[in-house]
Design a protein around this ligand. Structure first.
Ligand SMILES: C[S@@+](CC[C@H](N)C(=O)[O-])C[C@H]1O[C@@H](n2cnc3c(N)ncnc32)[C@H](O)[C@@H]1O
Length: 236
C-alpha cells in the first residue's frame, strides 16, 4: 500500500522510540509510522478503523494490528495486554490510498460512489445528501467545511435530488460547482467534500474520545503526538 508518511522525522523525534518501549499507532494506514518505530526497537500496537487497511496490511516484526476506532483504543490495548504505554501517535485524516480509490468516494478528483466511510459502516455521504433536511445539510457544510455559502449549496443539493438521487462524487461536485465558484485555485466542492467526510466519520468526536483514551493508558511522562492539518481539529 502506498502512502508517504507526513512529518515522520518530527513524530520519531517526539516519541524517541527505543527497545523496551511500547507505542500505540492509532492510525496505522500504510504502516509508515509503525515501521519507523519498530525499526528503532520499540513494540507497536497499530489500530485502524478501515477493514480494507486491516485486510491488506503488511505488519512488521515487533508490531501487531487491531481493527477499531479511536474511542476503542484503551480497551484494545488492555485486551492485548499492551498497557501502560510510552507513546501514542495519531495521524489524523484520510490516507492517500483512501483518497485515490475512486470506489471509496472521498474525492471529486475520481468519480465513484458517494461513500466516504473509513469504517465502511454506518451512514454514507450519499445517505446524508439524499435524505437530510436542507437546513441540516447547510449546517454540516458550514460547521465542518467552514463554507460561507453553505445555505446556497444545500439548496442546490436538495433541488437536484428532486430530479435524481445523488449517487456519485462527480454528480455532487458538479452540483456544488453550479452553486458556488470557490476560492481561486481550489475546486468549488473542496469544503463541501471535507465537511461531509468529517460528518460521516464523526471525526471530531472520535478525536476527542481518542485523546481521552490515550491519556488513560499513557505512563507518567509518556508522549501523546497528534499530526493534524485542520483548524477544527487543532481546537480540540
Ligand atoms: C493519514 S492515514 C495514516 C497514515 C499512516 N501514518 C502511515 O504512515 O501510513 C489515517 C488512517 O487512520 C485511520 N483512521 C482515521 N480515523 C480513525 C479513527 N477514528 N479510528 C481508527 N482509525 C482511524 C484511517 O482509516 C487511515 O487509514
Amino acid at each position: 500500500m502506498n502512502h508517504t508518511p507526513v512529518l515522520l522525522n518530527e513524530v520519531i523525534a517526539a516519541i524517541a522510540p527505543a527497545p523496551g518501549m511500547r507505542v500505540v499507532d492509532a492510525t496505522f494506514g500504510a504502516g509508515g509510522y509503525t515501521r519507523a518505530i519498530t525499526a528503532r526497537g520499540a513494540e507497536v500496537l497499530g489500530i485502524d478503523q478501515d477493514p480494507h487497511v486491516i485486510a491488506n496490511a503488511e505488519v512488521p516484526n515487533g508490531a501487531q494490528l487491531a481493527h477499531g476506532k479511536f474511542g476503542d483504543l484503551a480497551n484494545i490495548a488492555q485486551v492485548k495486554n499492551f498497557t501502560p504505554v510510552d507513546g501514542v501517535v495519531f495521524d489524523i485524516g484520510v490516507s492517500s490510498m483512501q483518497l485515490d480509490q475512486a470506489e471509496r468516494g472521498f474525492s471529486f478528483m475520481h468519480d465513484g460512489p458517494l461513500d466516504m466511510r473509513m469504517s465502511q459502516a454506518g451512514q454514507s455521504a450519499a445517505d446524508v445528501v439524499n435524505s437530510f433536511r436542507e437546513e441540516d445539510i447547510a449546517n454540516i457544510i458550514y460547521q465542518y467545511g467552514e463554507e460561507p455559502q453553505s445555505r446556497k449549496i444545500a439548496r442546490y443539493i436538495t433541488r437536484a435530488r428532486e430530479e435524481v438521487r445523488i449517487e456519485t462524487t462527480a454528480q455532487l461536485a458538479e452540483i456544488v460547482a453550479r452553486a458556488v465558484r470557490g476560492k481561486p485555485g481550489q475546486h468549488p466542492a473542496t469544503r463541501t467534500f471535507q465537511a461531509l467526510r468529517i460528518y460521516v466519520n464523526d471525526e471530531l468526536a472520535q478525536l476527542q474520545a481518542g485523546l481521552e483514551a490515550a491519556t488513560s493508558i499513557l505512563k507518567p511522562g509518556g508522549k501523546l503526538v497528534v499530526v493534524t492539518f485542520h483548524s477544527l481539529e487543532d481546537r480540540i
